[in-house]
Design a protein around this ligand. Sequence first.
Ligand SMILES: *[C@@H]1O[C@H](CO)[C@@H](O)[C@H](O)[C@H]1NC(C)=O
Ligand SMILES: *[C@@H]1O[C@H](CO)[C@@H](O)[C@H](O)[C@H]1NC(C)=O
Ligand SMILES: *[C@@H]1O[C@H](CO)[C@@H](O)[C@H](O)[C@H]1NC(C)=O
Ligand SMILES: *[C@@H]1O[C@H](CO)[C@@H](O)[C@H](O)[C@H]1NC(C)=O
Ligand SMILES: *[C@@H]1O[C@H](CO)[C@@H](O)[C@H](O)[C@H]1NC(C)=O
Ligand SMILES: *[C@@H]1O[C@H](CO)[C@@H](O)[C@H](O)[C@H]1NC(C)=O
Ligand SMILES: *[C@@H]1O[C@H](CO)[C@@H](O)[C@H](O)[C@H]1NC(C)=O
Length: 221
Amino acid sequence: MMRIICVFFLLLFAIMTVGAKSTISTLCEMKSCESPSILDCSHLNSSVSGRCCVKEKETLSPSTVTGIDLIGCHLTNISRLFHSMGHLVFLYLHKNNISDIDVDDFTGVNELKNLTLPPNLSCPGGHILWDKEINHSDMVECVEEQSTCKVFNVTCPNSNSYCSDVGPRVTECLCSPGYHGYKCLRKDHFPTATFVVGICVSTVVVSAFLWITQRRKVKKH
Ligand SMILES: *[C@@H]1O[C@H](CO)[C@@H](O)[C@H](O)[C@H]1NC(C)=O
Ligand SMILES: *[C@@H]1O[C@H](CO)[C@@H](O)[C@H](O)[C@H]1NC(C)=O
Ligand SMILES: *[C@@H]1O[C@H](CO)[C@@H](O)[C@H](O)[C@H]1NC(C)=O
Ligand SMILES: *[C@@H]1O[C@H](CO)[C@@H](O)[C@H](O)[C@H]1NC(C)=O
Ligand SMILES: *[C@@H]1O[C@H](CO)[C@@H](O)[C@H](O)[C@H]1NC(C)=O
Ligand SMILES: *[C@@H]1O[C@H](CO)[C@@H](O)[C@H](O)[C@H]1NC(C)=O
Ligand SMILES: *[C@@H]1O[C@H](CO)[C@@H](O)[C@H](O)[C@H]1NC(C)=O
C-alpha cells in the first residue's frame, strides 16, 4: 500500500516538474514577440536563455529565473505565468495589451527590483509596496518591491512564529525552528518539526481583508 502511494506521489511530482518546465520554456521562448530580446544577464550572475536570465550553472525552472523580457509580446493575460519565481529580479511587461493585473499573479515573487507595466496600471499591491512607482508615457516602472511583512508591520501570534512574505499583500506566519502545531505552541526536539507550517489566524484575517479591499483597486481609472 505504502509503495503504491509513494509511486503515485513520485508520478505526480514528475508530471508537475515536467509541466512547470514546459511552461517556463514556452515563456522564455515566447514566439509572439515583435523583436528579439537583447539581454545582459551577467550582472545577475546569470546566463541568457531566450528571453530569460537563468542562474549560472542551474537548469531552467521557475526558481532559477532571474529576469524576463516580454516587451511587445502581445500578452493579454498574465494570470499564473510568474508564480513561484522567488528569484526574479527584473520583469519587463510594457508594450503589451494587459488591461488588469492582480496581486495573485505575483504569488511567490518577492525580490523584484524592476518591473515594467503598460501605462495606466498600478504596481501590484499598490505604490506603498514599492520603493518607487514612476509613470512614464509608455510604461509604469515599479522599482524595488518591499516586504509586506515590514510595510504593514504584520505581527504573528507569539514569539514562536514569524511573518514571511508570500507575495505583494500576502503574508503567512511560519513557526520558528523547533515549534509546530496550532499557533506554533508545540515544542519539539526533532529538527523535522521545522517543516511544519502554521498559518496563523491573525495574518489570514489581515490578508483576507486586504485582498477584498485592494484586489479590485489595482486597475487605474
Ligand atoms: C555575483 O557573484 C560575485 C562573485 O561570486 C558576487 O560577489 C556577487 O555578489 C554576485 N552578484 C549577484 C547579483 O548575485
Ligand atoms: C486569464 O486566464 C485565466 C486562466 O488562465 C482565467 O481564469 C482568467 O479569466 C483570464 N482573465 C482574463 C481577463 O481573460
Ligand atoms: C486590448 O484588449 C482589449 C480587450 O481586452 C481590446 O478591446 C482592445 O482593442 C485591445 N487593444 C489593442 C491595441 O489591441
Ligand atoms: C527598469 O527597466 C527599464 C526597461 O529596461 C529601464 O528603462 C529602467 O531604467 C529600469 N529601471 C531601473 C531602476 O533599473
Ligand atoms: C501614476 O498615475 C496614477 C494615475 O494613473 C496615479 O494614481 C499615481 O499617483 C501616479 N503615480 C505617481 C508616482 O505619480
Ligand atoms: C492613460 O490614462 C490617461 C488619462 O487617464 C489617458 O489620457 C490615456 O489615454 C491612457 N492611456 C492608455 C494607454 O490607456
Ligand atoms: C510594529 O508593531 C509593534 C507592536 O504592535 C510596535 O511596537 C512597533 O513600533 C511597530 N513598528 C512600526 C514600524 O510601526
